[in-house]
Design a binder for this molecule. Structure first.
Ligand SMILES: *Cc1c(COP(=O)(O)O)cnc(C)c1O
Length: 429
Protein backbone atom coordinates (compact mmCIF):
# COMPACT_ATOMS: atom_id res chain seq x y z
CA UNK A 1 0.00 0.00 0.00
CA UNK A 2 2.84 2.36 0.80
CA UNK A 3 4.13 2.05 -2.78
CA UNK A 4 1.09 4.01 -3.80
CA UNK A 5 2.59 7.12 -2.19
CA UNK A 6 4.89 7.32 -5.22
CA UNK A 7 2.99 5.12 -7.67
CA UNK A 8 -0.66 6.14 -7.43
CA UNK A 9 -3.33 3.54 -8.04
CA UNK A 10 -4.98 3.85 -11.41
CA UNK A 11 -8.76 4.08 -11.28
CA UNK A 12 -10.17 2.35 -14.34
CA UNK A 13 -13.26 3.88 -15.87
CA UNK A 14 -14.02 1.47 -18.67
CA UNK A 15 -12.81 -1.55 -20.58
CA UNK A 16 -12.95 -2.09 -24.31
CA UNK A 17 -11.47 -5.18 -25.92
CA UNK A 18 -7.76 -5.32 -25.20
CA UNK A 19 -7.85 -1.87 -23.54
CA UNK A 20 -8.41 -0.57 -20.05
CA UNK A 21 -9.07 3.16 -19.85
CA UNK A 22 -8.59 5.43 -16.85
CA UNK A 23 -10.36 8.66 -15.89
CA UNK A 24 -7.73 10.81 -17.58
CA UNK A 25 -8.34 9.05 -20.87
CA UNK A 26 -5.10 7.04 -20.72
CA UNK A 27 -5.41 3.58 -22.24
CA UNK A 28 -3.50 0.44 -21.31
CA UNK A 29 -3.18 -2.79 -23.27
CA UNK A 30 -4.12 -5.50 -20.80
CA UNK A 31 -1.08 -7.70 -21.56
CA UNK A 32 -1.71 -9.98 -18.59
CA UNK A 33 -5.46 -10.43 -19.04
CA UNK A 34 -6.17 -8.79 -15.66
CA UNK A 35 -4.33 -11.55 -13.84
CA UNK A 36 -4.99 -14.27 -16.39
CA UNK A 37 -8.79 -14.22 -16.36
CA UNK A 38 -9.78 -12.34 -19.49
CA UNK A 39 -9.93 -14.34 -22.73
CA UNK A 40 -11.90 -12.33 -25.27
CA UNK A 41 -11.44 -8.74 -24.24
CA UNK A 42 -13.17 -6.40 -21.84
CA UNK A 43 -16.87 -5.72 -22.44
CA UNK A 44 -17.05 -8.38 -25.11
CA UNK A 45 -20.47 -7.80 -26.73
CA UNK A 46 -21.33 -11.50 -26.95
CA UNK A 47 -20.54 -12.28 -23.33
CA UNK A 48 -22.22 -9.05 -22.23
CA UNK A 49 -25.41 -10.05 -24.06
CA UNK A 50 -25.39 -13.55 -22.59
CA UNK A 51 -25.17 -12.16 -19.07
CA UNK A 52 -27.85 -9.53 -19.72
CA UNK A 53 -30.23 -12.16 -21.07
CA UNK A 54 -29.57 -14.44 -18.13
CA UNK A 55 -30.05 -11.56 -15.71
CA UNK A 56 -33.59 -11.02 -16.96
CA UNK A 57 -34.37 -14.74 -16.67
CA UNK A 58 -32.80 -16.02 -13.45
CA UNK A 59 -30.03 -14.41 -11.43
CA UNK A 60 -29.48 -17.18 -8.90
CA UNK A 61 -31.08 -20.20 -7.32
CA UNK A 62 -30.24 -22.68 -4.63
CA UNK A 63 -28.60 -25.76 -6.13
CA UNK A 64 -29.51 -28.27 -3.43
CA UNK A 65 -32.48 -30.18 -4.76
CA UNK A 66 -32.75 -27.62 -7.58
CA UNK A 67 -30.97 -27.09 -10.84
CA UNK A 68 -31.15 -24.74 -13.84
CA UNK A 69 -30.56 -24.69 -17.55
CA UNK A 70 -27.23 -22.82 -17.71
CA UNK A 71 -25.56 -25.13 -15.20
CA UNK A 72 -26.81 -28.24 -17.00
CA UNK A 73 -25.66 -26.97 -20.37
CA UNK A 74 -22.29 -25.90 -18.95
CA UNK A 75 -21.76 -29.27 -17.28
CA UNK A 76 -22.49 -31.09 -20.52
CA UNK A 77 -20.11 -28.80 -22.36
CA UNK A 78 -17.29 -29.20 -19.80
CA UNK A 79 -17.63 -32.98 -19.87
CA UNK A 80 -17.44 -32.82 -23.66
CA UNK A 81 -14.32 -30.65 -23.89
CA UNK A 82 -12.23 -31.77 -20.90
CA UNK A 83 -9.91 -34.78 -21.24
CA UNK A 84 -11.53 -38.17 -21.74
CA UNK A 85 -13.03 -39.82 -18.65
CA UNK A 86 -13.91 -36.63 -16.76
CA UNK A 87 -17.67 -36.90 -16.47
CA UNK A 88 -19.04 -35.08 -13.41
CA UNK A 89 -18.87 -31.41 -12.46
CA UNK A 90 -18.81 -29.84 -9.03
CA UNK A 91 -19.10 -26.05 -8.84
CA UNK A 92 -17.62 -23.45 -6.53
CA UNK A 93 -17.00 -19.76 -6.97
CA UNK A 94 -13.23 -19.25 -7.19
CA UNK A 95 -10.06 -21.14 -7.96
CA UNK A 96 -8.88 -21.67 -4.39
CA UNK A 97 -12.22 -23.20 -3.48
CA UNK A 98 -12.01 -25.54 -6.46
CA UNK A 99 -8.65 -26.75 -5.15
CA UNK A 100 -10.17 -27.27 -1.70
CA UNK A 101 -12.98 -29.30 -3.27
CA UNK A 102 -10.53 -31.53 -5.15
CA UNK A 103 -8.42 -32.11 -2.02
CA UNK A 104 -11.42 -32.94 0.15
CA UNK A 105 -13.02 -35.13 -2.48
CA UNK A 106 -9.82 -37.09 -3.04
CA UNK A 107 -9.31 -37.69 0.68
CA UNK A 108 -12.99 -38.56 1.12
CA UNK A 109 -12.91 -40.97 -1.82
CA UNK A 110 -10.12 -42.96 -0.19
CA UNK A 111 -11.99 -42.89 3.10
CA UNK A 112 -15.18 -44.17 1.45
CA UNK A 113 -13.31 -46.92 -0.36
CA UNK A 114 -11.59 -48.33 2.72
CA UNK A 115 -8.25 -46.48 2.64
CA UNK A 116 -8.44 -44.26 5.74
CA UNK A 117 -4.63 -44.06 5.97
CA UNK A 118 -4.45 -41.91 2.89
CA UNK A 119 -4.36 -38.41 4.38
CA UNK A 120 -1.48 -36.62 2.65
CA UNK A 121 -0.79 -34.78 -0.56
CA UNK A 122 2.24 -34.40 -2.79
CA UNK A 123 2.96 -31.09 -4.50
CA UNK A 124 5.74 -29.67 -6.66
CA UNK A 125 8.35 -27.16 -5.57
CA UNK A 126 7.51 -23.65 -6.81
CA UNK A 127 3.81 -24.47 -7.23
CA UNK A 128 0.82 -22.22 -6.56
CA UNK A 129 -2.71 -23.40 -5.88
CA UNK A 130 -4.49 -20.49 -4.22
CA UNK A 131 -4.80 -18.57 -0.98
CA UNK A 132 -7.20 -20.43 1.33
CA UNK A 133 -5.40 -22.49 3.95
CA UNK A 134 -5.72 -25.88 2.22
CA UNK A 135 -4.79 -24.51 -1.19
CA UNK A 136 -1.99 -22.42 0.32
CA UNK A 137 -0.59 -25.53 2.00
CA UNK A 138 -0.27 -27.17 -1.41
CA UNK A 139 1.54 -24.18 -2.87
CA UNK A 140 5.27 -23.64 -2.51
CA UNK A 141 5.92 -19.96 -3.19
CA UNK A 142 7.50 -18.71 0.03
CA UNK A 143 6.39 -15.13 -0.54
CA UNK A 144 2.74 -16.12 -0.14
CA UNK A 145 3.13 -19.01 2.25
CA UNK A 146 5.97 -18.67 4.70
CA UNK A 147 4.31 -16.48 7.32
CA UNK A 148 1.29 -18.82 7.57
CA UNK A 149 3.33 -22.00 7.92
CA UNK A 150 2.14 -22.74 11.49
CA UNK A 151 -1.45 -22.90 10.21
CA UNK A 152 -0.90 -25.18 7.24
CA UNK A 153 -1.21 -28.86 6.31
CA UNK A 154 1.90 -30.97 6.09
CA UNK A 155 2.69 -31.75 2.47
CA UNK A 156 5.33 -33.78 0.68
CA UNK A 157 7.15 -31.66 -1.87
CA UNK A 158 8.80 -33.11 -4.97
CA UNK A 159 11.31 -31.13 -7.08
CA UNK A 160 9.84 -29.06 -9.87
CA UNK A 161 10.45 -30.20 -13.47
CA UNK A 162 10.99 -26.46 -14.22
CA UNK A 163 13.25 -26.34 -17.29
CA UNK A 164 14.93 -23.10 -16.16
CA UNK A 165 16.81 -25.21 -13.61
CA UNK A 166 18.40 -27.45 -16.24
CA UNK A 167 22.18 -27.75 -16.48
CA UNK A 168 24.18 -26.55 -19.48
CA UNK A 169 23.72 -28.94 -22.37
CA UNK A 170 20.50 -30.40 -20.96
CA UNK A 171 17.18 -29.98 -22.75
CA UNK A 172 13.84 -29.20 -21.13
CA UNK A 173 12.88 -32.80 -21.79
CA UNK A 174 16.05 -34.20 -20.18
CA UNK A 175 15.43 -32.13 -17.10
CA UNK A 176 11.75 -33.08 -16.80
CA UNK A 177 12.69 -36.70 -17.23
CA UNK A 178 15.34 -36.86 -14.55
CA UNK A 179 13.51 -34.61 -12.09
CA UNK A 180 10.77 -37.22 -12.25
CA UNK A 181 13.04 -39.80 -10.59
CA UNK A 182 12.60 -38.07 -7.25
CA UNK A 183 8.81 -37.92 -7.67
CA UNK A 184 8.81 -41.62 -8.42
CA UNK A 185 10.81 -42.34 -5.27
CA UNK A 186 8.46 -40.27 -3.13
CA UNK A 187 5.43 -42.04 -4.59
CA UNK A 188 6.98 -45.43 -4.03
CA UNK A 189 7.80 -44.56 -0.43
CA UNK A 190 4.57 -42.80 0.55
CA UNK A 191 1.84 -44.26 -1.66
CA UNK A 192 -0.17 -45.79 1.19
CA UNK A 193 -0.49 -42.47 3.01
CA UNK A 194 -0.98 -40.24 -0.06
CA UNK A 195 -4.37 -39.25 -1.52
CA UNK A 196 -3.19 -37.31 -4.55
CA UNK A 197 -0.47 -35.44 -6.39
CA UNK A 198 -1.45 -31.91 -7.38
CA UNK A 199 0.24 -30.09 -10.25
CA UNK A 200 -0.10 -27.13 -12.56
CA UNK A 201 0.38 -28.84 -15.94
CA UNK A 202 3.03 -27.30 -18.26
CA UNK A 203 3.39 -23.86 -16.62
CA UNK A 204 3.83 -22.84 -12.98
CA UNK A 205 2.29 -19.45 -13.51
CA UNK A 206 2.46 -17.73 -10.11
CA UNK A 207 5.88 -19.36 -9.61
CA UNK A 208 7.38 -16.93 -12.15
CA UNK A 209 5.95 -18.54 -15.29
CA UNK A 210 8.32 -21.48 -15.12
CA UNK A 211 7.62 -24.11 -17.79
CA UNK A 212 8.32 -27.79 -18.24
CA UNK A 213 8.17 -30.56 -20.77
CA UNK A 214 5.00 -32.62 -21.26
CA UNK A 215 6.91 -35.87 -20.74
CA UNK A 216 6.63 -35.20 -17.00
CA UNK A 217 2.83 -35.33 -17.20
CA UNK A 218 2.92 -38.62 -19.04
CA UNK A 219 5.24 -40.19 -16.50
CA UNK A 220 3.29 -38.80 -13.58
CA UNK A 221 0.00 -40.15 -14.90
CA UNK A 222 1.54 -43.61 -15.28
CA UNK A 223 3.06 -43.50 -11.81
CA UNK A 224 -0.17 -42.33 -10.17
CA UNK A 225 -1.94 -45.30 -11.73
CA UNK A 226 0.79 -47.64 -10.62
CA UNK A 227 0.84 -46.41 -7.01
CA UNK A 228 -2.91 -45.90 -6.68
CA UNK A 229 -2.77 -42.16 -6.06
CA UNK A 230 -5.04 -39.52 -7.63
CA UNK A 231 -3.74 -36.90 -10.02
CA UNK A 232 -5.21 -33.42 -9.58
CA UNK A 233 -4.57 -31.08 -12.50
CA UNK A 234 -4.90 -27.46 -11.42
CA UNK A 235 -5.69 -25.84 -14.79
CA UNK A 236 -7.11 -22.72 -13.20
CA UNK A 237 -4.51 -20.57 -14.98
CA UNK A 238 -3.45 -22.76 -17.91
CA UNK A 239 -6.86 -24.05 -19.04
CA UNK A 240 -8.90 -22.67 -21.94
CA UNK A 241 -6.23 -22.32 -24.57
CA UNK A 242 -3.47 -20.54 -22.66
CA UNK A 243 -0.87 -23.19 -23.50
CA UNK A 244 -1.97 -23.45 -27.13
CA UNK A 245 -4.24 -26.43 -26.53
CA UNK A 246 -7.64 -26.27 -24.87
CA UNK A 247 -6.22 -27.84 -21.71
CA UNK A 248 -2.58 -28.21 -20.73
CA UNK A 249 -3.11 -31.94 -20.05
CA UNK A 250 -3.79 -32.32 -23.79
CA UNK A 251 -0.05 -31.76 -24.44
CA UNK A 252 0.63 -35.19 -22.93
CA UNK A 253 -2.69 -36.71 -23.90
CA UNK A 254 -3.47 -37.57 -20.31
CA UNK A 255 -6.60 -37.42 -18.15
CA UNK A 256 -6.26 -36.45 -14.51
CA UNK A 257 -8.67 -37.73 -11.85
CA UNK A 258 -9.67 -34.15 -11.09
CA UNK A 259 -9.31 -31.04 -13.20
CA UNK A 260 -9.74 -27.66 -11.48
CA UNK A 261 -11.02 -24.83 -13.67
CA UNK A 262 -11.69 -21.16 -13.00
CA UNK A 263 -10.15 -17.84 -14.20
CA UNK A 264 -10.81 -18.04 -17.99
CA UNK A 265 -13.88 -20.23 -17.43
CA UNK A 266 -16.18 -17.18 -17.54
CA UNK A 267 -14.00 -15.25 -19.97
CA UNK A 268 -12.82 -13.17 -17.02
CA UNK A 269 -16.28 -11.85 -16.16
CA UNK A 270 -17.60 -13.51 -13.03
CA UNK A 271 -16.28 -15.68 -10.22
CA UNK A 272 -17.02 -19.31 -10.97
CA UNK A 273 -15.03 -22.51 -10.72
CA UNK A 274 -15.57 -26.16 -11.53
CA UNK A 275 -13.94 -29.42 -10.55
CA UNK A 276 -14.53 -32.08 -13.17
CA UNK A 277 -13.93 -35.66 -12.09
CA UNK A 278 -14.43 -39.29 -13.10
CA UNK A 279 -17.42 -41.56 -12.74
CA UNK A 280 -15.33 -43.83 -10.51
CA UNK A 281 -14.93 -41.03 -7.98
CA UNK A 282 -18.57 -40.00 -8.26
CA UNK A 283 -19.71 -43.55 -7.56
CA UNK A 284 -17.72 -43.73 -4.30
CA UNK A 285 -20.06 -41.10 -2.83
CA UNK A 286 -23.29 -42.37 -4.40
CA UNK A 287 -25.25 -44.37 -1.85
CA UNK A 288 -28.30 -44.45 0.42
CA UNK A 289 -28.64 -41.58 2.88
CA UNK A 290 -28.01 -43.73 5.95
CA UNK A 291 -24.62 -44.84 4.58
CA UNK A 292 -23.42 -41.24 5.15
CA UNK A 293 -21.01 -41.29 2.22
CA UNK A 294 -22.09 -37.99 0.65
CA UNK A 295 -19.74 -35.14 -0.14
CA UNK A 296 -21.07 -32.31 2.01
CA UNK A 297 -19.49 -29.19 0.61
CA UNK A 298 -21.42 -26.17 -0.57
CA UNK A 299 -20.89 -22.51 -1.29
CA UNK A 300 -23.72 -19.99 -1.31
CA UNK A 301 -23.15 -19.09 -4.92
CA UNK A 302 -22.44 -22.59 -6.21
CA UNK A 303 -23.26 -22.85 -9.92
CA UNK A 304 -24.43 -19.25 -10.19
CA UNK A 305 -26.51 -18.90 -13.39
CA UNK A 306 -24.93 -15.59 -14.43
CA UNK A 307 -21.48 -17.13 -14.17
CA UNK A 308 -22.63 -20.19 -16.10
CA UNK A 309 -24.14 -17.99 -18.83
CA UNK A 310 -20.84 -16.11 -19.15
CA UNK A 311 -19.00 -19.45 -19.33
CA UNK A 312 -21.32 -20.80 -22.01
CA UNK A 313 -20.89 -17.66 -24.12
CA UNK A 314 -17.12 -17.95 -23.69
CA UNK A 315 -17.04 -21.58 -24.77
CA UNK A 316 -19.27 -20.77 -27.73
CA UNK A 317 -16.72 -18.21 -28.94
CA UNK A 318 -14.03 -20.90 -28.90
CA UNK A 319 -16.14 -22.96 -31.29
CA UNK A 320 -17.63 -20.38 -33.63
CA UNK A 321 -14.42 -18.36 -33.99
CA UNK A 322 -12.00 -21.25 -34.32
CA UNK A 323 -9.95 -19.65 -31.55
CA UNK A 324 -7.22 -22.25 -30.95
CA UNK A 325 -6.45 -22.35 -34.67
CA UNK A 326 -6.35 -18.56 -34.97
CA UNK A 327 -4.17 -18.22 -31.88
CA UNK A 328 -1.35 -20.00 -33.72
CA UNK A 329 -0.65 -16.75 -35.56
CA UNK A 330 -0.55 -14.82 -32.28
CA UNK A 331 1.72 -17.42 -30.67
CA UNK A 332 4.06 -17.08 -33.62
CA UNK A 333 3.97 -13.31 -33.44
CA UNK A 334 4.86 -13.35 -29.71
CA UNK A 335 7.81 -15.58 -30.52
CA UNK A 336 9.10 -13.56 -33.48
CA UNK A 337 8.82 -10.21 -31.75
CA UNK A 338 10.89 -11.36 -28.77
CA UNK A 339 13.51 -13.51 -30.51
CA UNK A 340 16.15 -10.78 -30.24
CA UNK A 341 15.56 -10.58 -26.45
CA UNK A 342 17.68 -13.72 -26.13
CA UNK A 343 20.82 -11.69 -26.93
CA UNK A 344 20.25 -9.21 -24.11
CA UNK A 345 23.01 -9.43 -21.46
CA UNK A 346 20.49 -9.47 -18.60
CA UNK A 347 17.90 -11.84 -20.04
CA UNK A 348 18.60 -15.42 -19.03
CA UNK A 349 15.75 -16.93 -20.98
CA UNK A 350 12.75 -16.14 -23.13
CA UNK A 351 10.38 -19.06 -22.75
CA UNK A 352 7.01 -19.70 -24.27
CA UNK A 353 4.22 -22.21 -23.99
CA UNK A 354 1.43 -21.24 -26.37
CA UNK A 355 -0.08 -17.91 -25.43
CA UNK A 356 2.19 -17.46 -22.40
CA UNK A 357 5.59 -15.86 -22.98
CA UNK A 358 7.98 -15.00 -20.16
CA UNK A 359 11.24 -13.07 -20.03
CA UNK A 360 13.53 -13.80 -17.09
CA UNK A 361 15.75 -10.85 -16.05
CA UNK A 362 18.95 -11.79 -14.24
CA UNK A 363 22.04 -10.09 -12.92
CA UNK A 364 24.43 -12.63 -14.46
CA UNK A 365 23.32 -14.31 -17.65
CA UNK A 366 25.84 -17.17 -17.59
CA UNK A 367 25.27 -18.15 -13.96
CA UNK A 368 21.56 -17.22 -14.05
CA UNK A 369 22.14 -15.25 -10.85
CA UNK A 370 18.96 -13.39 -10.01
CA UNK A 371 18.91 -9.68 -9.29
CA UNK A 372 18.46 -9.05 -5.57
CA UNK A 373 14.67 -8.83 -5.10
CA UNK A 374 15.05 -5.56 -3.19
CA UNK A 375 16.15 -3.85 -6.40
CA UNK A 376 12.70 -4.41 -7.92
CA UNK A 377 13.90 -4.38 -11.52
CA UNK A 378 10.62 -5.80 -12.81
CA UNK A 379 8.79 -2.90 -11.19
CA UNK A 380 10.77 -0.50 -13.39
CA UNK A 381 9.56 -2.29 -16.49
CA UNK A 382 6.03 -2.08 -15.13
CA UNK A 383 6.35 1.69 -14.61
CA UNK A 384 7.73 2.15 -18.09
CA UNK A 385 4.77 0.18 -19.44
CA UNK A 386 2.25 2.35 -17.61
CA UNK A 387 3.74 5.49 -19.14
CA UNK A 388 3.43 3.86 -22.55
CA UNK A 389 -0.06 2.39 -22.67
CA UNK A 390 0.83 -1.12 -21.54
CA UNK A 391 -0.19 -3.03 -18.42
CA UNK A 392 2.83 -5.31 -17.97
CA UNK A 393 2.62 -6.17 -14.29
CA UNK A 394 5.58 -8.54 -13.71
CA UNK A 395 6.18 -11.41 -11.31
CA UNK A 396 9.30 -10.23 -9.52
CA UNK A 397 11.93 -9.99 -12.23
CA UNK A 398 9.96 -11.96 -14.79
CA UNK A 399 8.17 -9.91 -17.43
CA UNK A 400 5.48 -11.81 -19.27
CA UNK A 401 2.74 -11.59 -21.87
CA UNK A 402 -0.45 -13.55 -21.30
CA UNK A 403 -2.86 -11.43 -23.34
CA UNK A 404 -6.53 -11.84 -24.18
CA UNK A 405 -6.94 -13.68 -27.48
CA UNK A 406 -8.38 -10.58 -29.16
CA UNK A 407 -4.93 -9.00 -29.29
CA UNK A 408 -3.58 -8.29 -32.79
CA UNK A 409 -0.08 -9.06 -34.14
CA UNK A 410 0.49 -5.27 -34.34
CA UNK A 411 -0.39 -4.88 -30.66
CA UNK A 412 1.96 -7.74 -29.79
CA UNK A 413 4.73 -5.96 -31.69
CA UNK A 414 3.99 -2.79 -29.74
CA UNK A 415 4.04 -4.68 -26.42
CA UNK A 416 7.36 -6.32 -27.24
CA UNK A 417 8.88 -2.96 -28.16
CA UNK A 418 7.55 -1.39 -24.94
CA UNK A 419 8.85 -4.28 -22.84
CA UNK A 420 12.22 -4.06 -24.59
CA UNK A 421 12.59 -0.34 -23.80
CA UNK A 422 11.50 -0.96 -20.21
CA UNK A 423 14.03 -3.76 -19.83
CA UNK A 424 16.79 -1.53 -21.21
CA UNK A 425 15.96 1.08 -18.56
CA UNK A 426 15.56 -1.44 -15.76
CA UNK A 427 18.90 -3.15 -16.43
CA UNK A 428 20.96 -0.10 -17.34
CA UNK A 429 22.89 0.13 -14.08
C1 LIG B 1 -5.19 -18.16 -9.58
C2 LIG B 1 -4.90 -19.57 -9.28
C3 LIG B 1 -5.54 -20.24 -8.23
C4 LIG B 1 -6.48 -19.55 -7.27
O1 LIG B 1 -7.63 -19.05 -7.90
P1 LIG B 1 -8.43 -17.87 -7.17
O2 LIG B 1 -9.66 -17.71 -7.99
O3 LIG B 1 -7.52 -16.67 -7.23
O4 LIG B 1 -8.70 -18.31 -5.78
C5 LIG B 1 -5.24 -21.57 -8.03
N1 LIG B 1 -4.37 -22.22 -8.83
C6 LIG B 1 -3.74 -21.62 -9.85
C7 LIG B 1 -2.81 -22.40 -10.71
C8 LIG B 1 -3.96 -20.26 -10.09
O5 LIG B 1 -3.28 -19.64 -11.06
Amino acid sequence: MKDHEWLPMIPIKRGDGIWLEDYDGNRYIDAISSWWVNLFGHCNPRINDAIKNQLDTLEHTIMAGFTHEPVIRLSEKLVEITPHGLEHCFYADNGSSAVEVALKMSFHYWHNTGNPNKTKFINLANSYHGETLGALSLGDVALYKEIYQPLLLDVITAPSPDGFLREDGETYQDYAQHSFDEMDKILQQHADEVCAVIIEPMVQCAGNMRMYDAIYLKKLREACNKYNVHLIADEIAVGFGRTGKMFACNHADISPDFICLSKGLTGGYLPLSAVVTTDNIYQAFYDDYDKMTAFLHSHSYTGNPLGCAAALATLEIFETDNVLQNNIQLIDSMKKNTEHFNDHPHIAEVRQTGMILAIELVKDKQLKTPYPWQERRGMKVYQHGLKNNALLRPLGNVIYFMPPYVITPEQIEFLAETAWQGIQLATAD
